[in-house]
Design a protein around this ligand. Sequence first.
Ligand code: RUB
Length: 274
Amino acid sequence: MVKSKLKEFNKICRDIKDIKIQGARNIAKKALYAYNLIPTKASMKKLKTLRPTEPMLMNVLHRAEEGEKYENLLIHFDVAQKNINESVYEKIENGDVIMTHCHSTNVTHALIYSWKKGKRFEVYNTETRPLFQGHKTARELSNAKIPVTTFVDSAMGIMMSKEQGTKHVTKILVGADALLKEGVVNKVGSEAIAQIAKNERIPFYVVADSWKYSPKEVRLEMRNFHEVWEKMPSKFHIKVKNPAFELIKKKWISGIFTDLGFMRYKTFLKEMKK
Ligand code: RUB
């Protein structure tokens, strides 16, 4: 029994480290589950090293360490998502063309909820190289019968304007890894999207659990270049950069949907300071 728990614990750690478990919410939830399997100081230490740039992971582990019950912590994920779903539903209008980037559970769940509750819209999404999390987004939404069109990442300009047969995007919803004083950290490409959105006068919204807030700075994760160029011939000495995330400065953000409701980003930061 203990051996099988250890095996499961180690597998979760490997999967988080290898990005097989991805997205801030999934990582935090799975790490919490792993800690509940083996609630020792050593396992806490190990879990904290897996993705130190994810505040939600750190926040839930810290709460567990402080003695908050596993069941109560788990409830937070669902209650937060329920509140997010309601406020996203309120904002979506029939006929919207909603753009999203990467894969965010907070975003896909809110879109699926809104669709099931009767809102009719379509989604444009990026494929999100190099790991193609956009495929996961497209599959989830399509399974829920939401019309989806996937674009190559570099078509983000075309995606947002009315060119080459595309419709004009009416809203952008992206998830978040970290909610910081200066802005929001999310998948690389997010700030470029936010800047184009500003030019095109498209509202750019962030959808995220408030437990992604961090009062401290967060280092941005640089990932392995093999994700980008798997078998580079050894005769080449080409540097490859693979930044996974970037900061979207708060001036580009039109508003944020969290478990506290919909508000301007500045207001959200004030709430977090209370
Ligand atoms: C995932 C990503 C997601 C956020 C939010 O990047 O940038 O938008 O983590 O996700 P990666 P969620 O796949 O490289 O971890 O809403 O699921 O917490």
